[in-house]
Write a new protein. Structure first.
Length: 79
């Protein structure tokens, strides 16, 4: 089965899966970071507050190692 995701207007530059397997995060050329969660047999996007001035070059989903929260890191070519 093929699924098309429309989250980043100018293309996706990076992706990282969460440990649980039902979430992942993407970064794009549109300077945004989006978290995707699988609910009710479909992927739902949640765009995070834009903090970058340039393309998002990489995203990483860090394992929580027993903590009550997850950590997502992103970097860009902000200059």
């Amino acid at each position: 089965t093929e699924t098309k995701f429309s989250a980043h207007r100018f293309g996706v530059t990076s992706i990282s899966w969460a440990d649980s397997g039902n979430r992942f995060v993407t970064g794009g050329c549109d300077k945004t970071v989006t978290i995707w969660t699988f609910n009710d047999a479909k992927w739902e996007p949640k765009q995070l507050k834009s903090v970058h001035q340039g393309w998002v070059r990489d995203v990483a989903w860090a394992p929580n190692i027993g903590l009550p929260y997850d950590t997502i890191a992103s970097c860009s070519q902000d200059g």
